[in-house]
Design a protein around this ligand. Sequence first.
Ligand code: ATP
Ligand code: MG
Length: 431
Amino acid sequence: MSHLQSLRGMVDLLPDQTRLWQAVEAEARAHFLRSGVEEIRTPLLEVTDLFARGIGEATDVVGKEMYSFLDRGNRSCTLRPEGTASVVRAAVQHGLLGQGAQRFWYSGPMFRYERPQAGRQRQFHQIGVEFLGVSTPRSDVEVITLAWDLLCALGVSGLQLQINSLGTLEDRLRYRQQLVDWLEVRKSQLDADSQQRLTTNPLRVLDSKNSTTQALLADAPTLLDALGEESSLRFQSVQGLLNQLAIPFQLNTRLVRGLDYYGHTAFEITSDQLGAQATVCGGGRYNGLVQQLGGPPTPAVGWALGMERLMLVLEAAASADADGVASSLMSVKAPDLYLVNRGEQAEAFALGLARQLRAAGVSVELDGSSAAFGKQFKRADRCGAAWAVVIGNDEVDSGQLRLKPLRVKGEDRLVEIDAPSQIVDVLRNRI
Ligand code: ATP
Ligand code: MG
């Protein structure tokens, strides 16, 4: 029989990796808790129409990347390719938008049928933030700050924040014409995808990954120059506030993002460690989306951060600095106590003792090998435990256990076998 393998682009996370993932998730949770942002969890599966309407039919995501299928009731369903549309749907469905501004975060797997490569998978994971019902430039900046500060707290360096303004729908329509006029003349120099986008969704040409197209676009008219006065002033205040917070940024007049629902502020945080897949986090304002999905007119702004790319950046940061935050996030957490145990009576006793100590909050590694004491001891030493306790049938008979310090200074300690609280006290340095 052939070996079963995971699907292409779908990746297992093994304990070596989940350690870092958990540390990042814990940091993110604490960060959001401090920032008054609450978690929302939505289903992985939604009706296809949600994404077709929300993200835009002419985007890559909807056009060719979605995992869509008919369920047994003949409904077209899609594994979510991103989180924003679902968050908006949930907020509308549960009437949350009538209750004032909402500040959400989410995390979990997303699915896009893309060509897998470093930093690009078919099942990947995002952490995201959505603020609904807020319209000020200050809210844009608070949202950007949440992403920036989270990445800084994780010890990621070498980041670049790039921002642009996509203005109002009117601004974009005006600019669209200018861009189409300019590109039409140069159509033959564009890659095939971009030639097609010229008619379906011309602003998407700016997002082309083709290097010849990108080089050509260097001289194209910019959206920034086409902004109306109000949009322009708004964008200036966003920049002013970023300056005030001393968050460094670059203007990138070609930044449009991969989804159609953005207007006004758009931003990306990129890393120089990631090669072609440089964007760790992307987001912006999407004032039209809530209404487009059947809700009341509601301004909104948010971002999504790619976990796999963040992990690549953190791994690079850890190998560059063994004492840095990233390294400490990755380090193995050694148990407080290693239980060396051998012999029928002793093993049964150790099983119960491990349980009692764990219930008291002590982290315990219970050796399950029945190997010679010496072998077990070597493992205890290697795993980095602070203490070891040896339990053989002799100890069970004598009623006393010997606690041995492995990583802490001090003498062996004898404790009563039927008083696990004494062990806790020794470990906690109380006696
Ligand atoms: P890209 O241009 O890199 O395809 P995107 O514009 O499609 O990105 P968004 O939809 O804005 O990306 O998603 C936000 C973030 O999620 C990205 O910046 C990236 O870090 C991550 N991401 C998106 N698609 C993938 C993928 N297929 N695999 C891994 N991470 C991804
Ligand atoms: Mg993409």
